[in-house]
Design a protein around this ligand. Structure first.
Ligand SMILES: Cc1cc2nc3c(=O)[nH]c(=O)nc-3n(C[C@H](O)[C@H](O)[C@H](O)COP(=O)(O)O)c2cc1C
Length: 220
């Protein structure tokens, strides 16, 4: 697939086909993500892939924690406020989604439902969790972001769909316990991965971007 086509057509996928991805294909995609650049080539990424009954059990555990009212404590705390421009983009996203799907992402009961879908990895056959040592600096966090994007583009180029999920890290301590990952690691992101179900209305929603003119200053 052409690079521009890959960048333009990747989108967050929120409904997957009920079909597992062969392990060697997932390993190929993760191997491509390893080509991402990193600060002094430190490669500060650790990956756990979870599938099958193990994934189902984790989903049940996360849904139970949500039902119990346990407070979310992700290793990277959710932002409590946003600067003006970013806040307006969130509003625009919620408005468009509401108009197209009737889903009001600012309503608490809808957020709970949305979290449940996240905890069930939107029906994907596999979930990928990204970790790194907690002692690493913000540069390493930046590197892991590059890794995540390369992974999602490589997945798309291989006919796979993905969605990055901060929500999947809500109960980071429990996730680490479940996966047997030391608490000294930082859980950064969950990514659902599988074959996208493009017939589903859940995947009919495309997000917009600001005009390039609005984010670039030219000094000549
Ligand atoms: C760091 C990060 C965290 C995200 N967390 C979630 C999440 O918890 N659940 C979800 O459904 N989408 C999540 N998303 C997906 C964004 O909503 C999505 O990338 C954005 O709206 C742009 O849409 P696109 O990916 O289709 O281009 C996340 C994206 C990023 C980069």
């Amino acid at each position: 697939m052409d690079t521009v086509e890959c960048i333009m057509n990747r989108m967050s996928i929120r409904k997957f086909k009920d079909e597992s991805v062969p392990k060697d294909k997932l390993m190929e995609v993760i191997g491509l993500a390893q080509r991402s650049p990193s600060y002094k080539n430190t490669q500060p990424w650790e990956v756990v892939v979870i599938s099958g009954t193990k994934k189902e059990a984790l989903s049940s555990r996360l849904a139970e924690l949500l039902d119990s009212g346990k407070e979310a404590r992700p290793d990277l705390p959710a932002p409590q406020s946003w600067p003006k421009a970013e806040g307006e983009r969130i509003e625009a996203l919620f408005k468009k989604r509401f108009e197209l799907t009737g889903i009001d992402l600012s309503a608490p009961e809808v957020v709970k439902k949305a979290k449940n879908l996240n905890f069930h990895f939107y029906g994907a056959p596999h979930a990928i969790y990204l970790f790194q040592d907690s002692s690493l600096s913000e540069w390493s966090l930046f590197d892991l972001g590059l890794f995540a994007q390369t992974l999602m583009l490589a997945a798309h180029a291989n006919g796979l769909g993905t969605v990055p999920q901060a929500f999947a890290t809500d109960y980071s301590e429990d996730v680490k316990d479940f996966l047997g990952i030391p608490q000294s690691k930082r859980l950064v992101l969950g990514i659902s991965i599988g074959y996208p179900d493009m017939e589903s209305p859940a995947n009919s929603f495309r997000t917009e971007r600001d005009k390039t003119d609005n984010i670039v200053s030219w000094l000549e």
